[in-house]
Structure formats: C-alpha cells, structure tokens
Write a protein that binds this ligand. Structure first.
Ligand SMILES: Cc1cc2nc3c(=O)[nH]c(=O)nc-3n(C[C@H](O)[C@H](O)[C@H](O)COP(=O)(O)O)c2cc1C
Length: 204
C-alpha cells in the first residue's frame, strides 16, 4: 500500500510533526510506502485565487501547484491527514489545500445527466486530529459528530473516497510528550494496521 501523509503545521518540532513521523514509521514497518507532504515547509499557498475560481467556473486550467498535489495523491491509495484541531475544524492551510486540490473535474464532477459523479473512489482517507480539549468536552459539545458530518461526509465521502479511520489525540496542550508517548505509539501501530487493512473505524 502507498500512503501520502499530509501534515499541516508550521513547526517541525511540534507534537503534530512528531505524530506524523511516528505514524509514517509505523506504516513503513507494516510494509507500506510513505510519501510525505509537509504543506508548511513546502510553502503551499492555501489561498483560493483567480486561477482556482476560473477552473471551478470551467474557464481555466489547473494551476501547476494544484496539479502537482493531485499527482501525488494519484500515486497513493491511502491518504493520511495529520493536523491540530483549530476552532473545531482544521487549520486554514489544510482547508486551503482541500479547497484548491479537491476540485471539480478531478475529485468530482457535476453533470446535468448524472448529478454528482464521485471520482476518488479508489482512495481511503485517514484523519489524525490533535486537540487541546478532552474527550468528555468533545462528547458534551458534539464535536466528534460535527466533525464526522463536516469532514468525513462533507469532504471525503462527497468525493467518493472511503473514510478509513478518524483518530483524536486529546489534551495535547496539557500533557507532556512523556505522558503522550504510549498513546502516540499505539496510535501509530493501530493506524498502520488500519492503513494495511483499510478497515472503517472511528476511534477516540
Ligand atoms: C488557532 C487555534 C485554535 C485552536 N482551536 C482548538 C479547538 O477548537 N479545539 C481544541 O481542542 N483545541 C484547539 N486548539 C489547540 C490545538 O489543537 C493544540 O494546541 C494542538 O493540538 C497542539 O499540537 P501542536 O503542539 O502540534 O501544535 C487550538 C489552537 C490554536 C492555535
């Protein structure tokens, strides 16, 4: 299996990058191939600009940086998105990556005859979300349910991809790396097994 691990965080020393490295190592140990997309280090421009709008309106061509992202997703059968939760959602950098890359014509088509044609059915997507808040708060506020609606259904399944797993790592700001070590290691090996088996699981 070939995984594209997309990490959205400006600090290479952050917990998010640490988790991304741990997950990537575990996938490699499980026999998979990993390509990494470090959106901040690579300077991906998340702004949805005129070129993107023209493409969406059917009057332009795919911007070259978007094409490069689509090509590396095309090389993978597993897409692993690793990011900190910001305002009950994803960082603007990753949202912009989705806005610009998951475009009509490549991720889906809308036709008069068939309606929405989903085009990413060969892809399984795994989400690894780091959150400052705890699991009780997520349940109390319905954050995990909202997340499933907005991101799993609204983005992944809209394009016909399969949700492989969603894993939340909680209390990231209040627990030390040492406190989190066992959970991070477990997260990596469980995710690697899921990537290998591509089972649909929702974990917390
Ligand atoms: C702009 C911003 C918004 C945040 N919003 C949330 C949030 O809505 N829910 C939450 O649980 N944590 C939130 N956090 C906390 C981050 O998720 C947390 O700092 C991160 O997971 C820690 O990982 P890192 O060390 O890799 O940055 C937010 C942090 C920032 C900077």
């Amino acid at each position: 299996m070939t995984a594209l691990v997309v990490v959205s965080h400006s600090d290479p020393g952050s917990l998010t990058h640490h988790v991304a490295r741990s997950v990537s190592d575990a996938i490699r140990t499980a026999g998979g191939t990993v390509e990494t997309a470090d959106l901040a280090a690579e300077g991906f421009d998340p702004r949805f600009s005129d070129g993107d709008l023209n493409l969406f309106r059917g009057t332009g061509t795919t911007p070259s940086d978007v094409l490069a992202e689509q090509e590396r997703i095309d090389r993978a059968d597993q897409l692993v998105l690793i990011f900190p939760m910001y305002w009950w959602s994803m960082p603007a950098l990753l949202k912009g990556w989705i806005d610009r890359v998951f475009v009509s014509g490549w991720a889906y088509d809308i036709t008069a005859e068939y309606g929405i044609v989903k085009k990413l059915d060969r892809l399984t997507v795994h989400l690894v979300v780091l959150a400052g808040d705890d699991a009780d708060s997520f349940e109390r506020h319905g954050i995990d349910v909202a997340f499933r609606t907005q991101i799993e259904r609204g983005i992944v399944e809209y394009c016909g991809a399969t949700v492989g797993s969603t894993t939340f790592l909680h209390e990231t700001d209040t627990r030390s790396r040492e406190d989190l070590a066992a959970e991070v290691a477990d997260l990596g090996s469980v995710l690697a097994a899921r990537v290998a088996g591509s089972q649909k699981v929702l974990a917390h």
